[in-house]
Design a protein around this ligand. Structure first.
Ligand code: SF4
Ligand code: SF4
Length: 355
């Protein structure tokens, strides 16, 4: 009998997919610049040059869109593409004469060229209704609505520094730090569908999942179920993924919040965490107008007021949080304070977190 060979899975070696000029000059670049928004130019020690054209995509793409992008890569570029972490697509060419026709083909097909330097780059968003089982909103829909309005900031480099935006469709899982982030916010504890708990949920796993120990096993109508201490519950939604009968998504009480001042990179300063600056915005598909208006207000106040090269967190650090709320005309409420002393007692009630 023939030996069964093991199936190796995992990330393949990326060098096999690189544009030949990038593979040849790997780790050997001398300098780079940006001839215009959306175009990067790299020069290697060997004298080779590569121009990279960056365009925005909608991230969740159908097969026709992917084929269109591949056709553009084959016809106008050199058959190689790569995606950035913010879902921009990049085409590499080794001949400057190919740059303008490539930009023309992308623009004509509806892919704006930009997202480099001090622009508002594509918004990083989580999966939303299409791919995930727990979202309370559609992150990609809010992104589409907002980027329609911010298209002019994507194709120019007019901001004080680069601006990264993100949206997250629940409060507990994916997403990340961004200069301005839109994050789902539950405002009511979960409603429990007791008929389903015994068949669907592993109760110890759900109890262990709660960060503030608000969930207890309980017998309801003679059946094993769960109960929530609503005074302790912080409406995080962490119990909903392992136990869908803990219904927390709600068309009225699941809201959106805006957080600002996050940064992932170490460039020119340490990474920073975001702070919530607006809460309770309506979760209002298909265009989320209240959220777009709030993000634009913060973005354009930053653009007007920040000094050159200040990231949003640097700007807030310089002017202080009280001035930030004044300048952006945002109400400061008790829901926005994140250093509440009482939280210590709450968190100490958990089996996981101790202070
Ligand atoms: S943020 Fe939450 S709801 Fe959205 S895709 Fe990630 S895990 Fe799913
Ligand atoms: S996991 Fe979160 S939402 Fe669920 S009961 Fe605990 S605090 Fe409330």
């Amino acid at each position: 009998m023939a030996m069964r060979t093991p199936i190796e899975s995992g990330v393949p070696d990326n060098k096999q997919y690189l544009h030949p000029a990038l593979a040849k000059n790997y780790g050997n670049w001398k300098w780079h610049d940006r001839p215009r928004p959306g175009v990067l130019h790299h020069v290697s020690h060997s004298g080779d040059e590569v121009w990279t054209v960056r365009a925005g995509t909608q991230r969740q793409m159908d097969v026709y869109t992917i084929r269109k992008l591949c056709d553009i890569a084959d016809t106008y570029a050199e058959g190689h593409v790569r995606f950035t972490i913010r879902s921009n697509i990049e085409f590499m060419v080794s001949d400057p004469a190919k740059v303008d026709p490539l930009i023309g083909a992308l623009t004509e097909s509806g892919f704006p060229v930009g997202g480099t330097g001090n622009s508002v780059s594509m918004i990083a968003h989580t999966q939303g209704w299409l791919h995930c089982d727990i979202p309370g909103t559609d992150a990609s829909g809010a992104v589409k609505a907002l980027m329609d309005d911010l298209h002019s900031e994507f194709i120019r480099e007019d901001m004080p520094n680069r601006v990264h935006l993100s949206t997250s469709c629940c409060e507990i899982n994916c997403g990340g730090q961004a200069d301005i982030a839109i994050i789902l916010q539950h405002t009511k504890p979960p409603k429990i569908n007791h008929d389903l708990v015994a068949n669907v949920c592993e109760r110890p796993a759900v109890v262990a999942r709660c960060p503030v120990a608000a969930i207890r096993p309980a017998l309801v109508n003679g059946k094993p179920s769960l109960e929530v201490d609503e005074k302790k519950c912080i409406c995080c939604g962490a119990c909903y993924p392992p136990c869908p009968p803990m219904q927390i998504n709600d068309p009225e009480h699941s809201k959106l919040a805006i957080w600002v001042g996050g940064k992932n990179s170490n460039a020119r300063g340490k990474p920073t965490f975001m702070k919530m600056v607006a809460s309770g915005l309506p979760n209002n598909p298909p265009r989320w107008p209240e959220v777009s208006a709030m993000v634009k207000k913060i973005l354009y106040t930053y653009k007007e007021d920040a000094r050159s090269w200040e990231r949003l967190s640097d700007w807030v650090e310089r002017i202080g949080w009280p001035r930030f709320f004044e300048k952006c005309d945002l109400p400061f409420t008790k829901y926005l304070i994140d250093d509440w002393r009482g939280s210590r007692a709450n968190l100490n009630a958990s089996t996981h977190i101790r202070f």
